[in-house]
Design a protein around this ligand. Structure first.
Ligand code: NDP
Ligand code: HSE
Length: 436
């Protein structure tokens, strides 16, 4: 059979890694796909830049449209990133009848509904395994492996850069900016690293996971998003003393009232496997009604791990080239006409337990005032620690763990606690999930 011809847009970390894996494992990949897969064309901005891969046998151009419009190309790999000019490139490839493989989560989270509709019209596949959790085949696991289940919730460490930063800060006491620079040098970070540290990248990925888990449209704008920049050493230490780790999680949970979509730092009991996922590693817990809890673990970023996911998609597309489009796995797991607009809950309707840290004057009655406010809002206290005041300071840190409560009750209670004349500054609040 004729080889399948692949054209790559972008020869950076992921594009370069993909060329390397396709070349290194060519024979094994052909045995699986049933056909040889070769890269014949590629595009990058700067043709003189050193690459992590050899471009021997690949015609490299500065114009992505040379690849997109090449009639010989069967599959276009979009490995540039961003949701700007790349959207038009992907739509042009689809219009040309080409299958597309992408690692671009922002593109799928923001424009996936439109892109998949166009792809279905043209009978082509848009595959995106590498867009979530790097090398972990989480899309395939949820979309195919768990298709007999009603997914109840999922929670994941889905940004490698953020987890790398939190791990290095906790284990080695390293400075935030210094670790971020290392993550950039290692090729883990996004072109704009604020996407990693402010939780935007994780929110893109959660949007995709929630859509394939619950059969809902992609709706990035409804994800509640907090990053890791406000996590302090103090809270990491207090959490550890209480038996918890702070991880940056993406959580999607189906409730009777709607779906919670949230990305934020979270206290997790340290006995949970996911609390011990460190460095650039990612992990996603998925709870199905039939299978129970399942856990997927692996490298969340980097050239070869991400290439592993890109190449798996290329093999899938190759196998499906001769199949009838109606009988392929749907882009978003559910048949397009069966996608349902289940309501996404506003943040004040989330339910969670909480870690609270506040500074209060060291005098009788202060703690009673705080606990009364919580009780008035029907918030039960799980644990409480009052520390000695630091030398020459009158205010004492008070740390509280609460049981699960409605976020609105917690917001109102925090506002009242912050208004107490005996409490100084803002209350630090971090959500807590037992993931049981
Ligand atoms: P890089 O910055 O390393 O590579 C991007 C490539 O695209 C470069 O070759 C660059 O050319 C080219 N490029 C950039 N802008 C344009 C443009 N306007 N027109 C044509 N070519 C362009 O990015 P990554 O490889 O890290 O990321 C690629 C995609 O993969 C992104 O969507 C990212 O989110 C995703 N991803 C990345 C992972 C990682 O670990 N890095 C993991 C999972 C997904 P030049 O080299 O000449 O500048
Ligand atoms: N910047 C992303 C991360 C790349 O660090 O997880 C993988 O999607």
């Amino acid at each position: 059979m004729k080889p399948v011809k692949v054209g790559i847009l972008g020869l950076g970390t992921v594009g370069g890694g993909t060329v390397n894996v396709l070349k290194r494992n060519a024979a094994e990949i052909a045995r699986r796909a049933g056909r040889e897969i070769i890269v014949t064309r590629a595009s990058s901005r700067d043709l003189g830049k050193p690459r992590i891969c050899s471009t021997e046998g690949i015609a490299v151009t500065a114009d992505p449209y040379d690849v997109i419009n090449d009639p010989e190309i069967d599959i276009v790999l979009e490995l540039i990133g961003g949701a700007g000019p790349v959207k038009d490139m992907v739509l042009a490839a689809i219009a040309n009848g080409k299958h597309v493989v992408t690692a671009n989560k922002s593109l799928i989270a923001l424009h996936g509904n439109e892109i998949f509709a166009k792809a279905s019209e043209k009978g082509v596949i848009v595959a995106f395994e590498a867009a979530v959790a790097g090398g972990i085949p989480i899309i395939k696991a949820i979309r195919e492996g768990l298709s007999g289940n009603q997914i109840q919730w999922l929670a994941g460490i889905i940004n490698g850069t953020g987890n790398f930063i939190l791990t290095e800060m906790r284990e080695k006491g390293r400075d935030f900016a210094d670790v971020l620079a290392e993550a950039q040098a290692l090729g883990y970070a996004e072109a704009d690293p604020t996407f990693d540290v402010e939780g935007i990248d994780a929110a893109h990925k959660l949007t995709i996971l929630a859509s394939i888990a619950f059969g809902i449209p992609l709706q990035f704008e409804k994800v509640y998003t907090e990053g890791i920049t406000k996590i302090t050493r103090l809270d990491v230490d207090y959490a550890e003393k209480l038996g918890y780790r702070i991880k940056h999680l993406g959580i999607a949970r189906k409730t009777g009232e709607g779906i919670e979509l949230r990305v934020h730092p979270t206290l997790i009991p340290e006995r949970r496997l996911i609390a011990n996922v460190n460095g650039v590693m990612n992990a996603v817990l998925v709870k199905g009604d039939a299978v129970g809890p399942t856990l997927y673990y692996g490298a969340g970023a980097g050239a070869d791990p991400t290439a592993s996911a890109v190449v798996a998609d290329v093999v899938d597309v190759t196998r499906a080239l001769t199949s009838d489009p109606e009988n392929r796995v749907p882009h978003l797991a559910f048949q397009p006409e069966a996608i349902k607009d289940i309501p996404i809950l506003a943040p004040d309707r989330f339910k969670s337990a909480y870690y609270l840290r506040l500074n209060a004057e060291d005098k009788p009655g202060v703690l009673a005032d705080v606990t009364k406010i919580l009780a008035d809002h029907r918030i039960s206290i799980e644990a409480i620690i009052q520390k000695e005041p630091p030398a020459n300071e009158k205010a004492v840190p008070i740390i509280l763990l609460t049981q699960v409560t409605l976020e609105k009750e917690m917001n109102d209670a925090i506002a009242k606690i912050e208004a107490l004349p005996t409490v100084t500054g803002q209350v630090c609040r971090i959500r807590l999930e037992t993931l049981g």
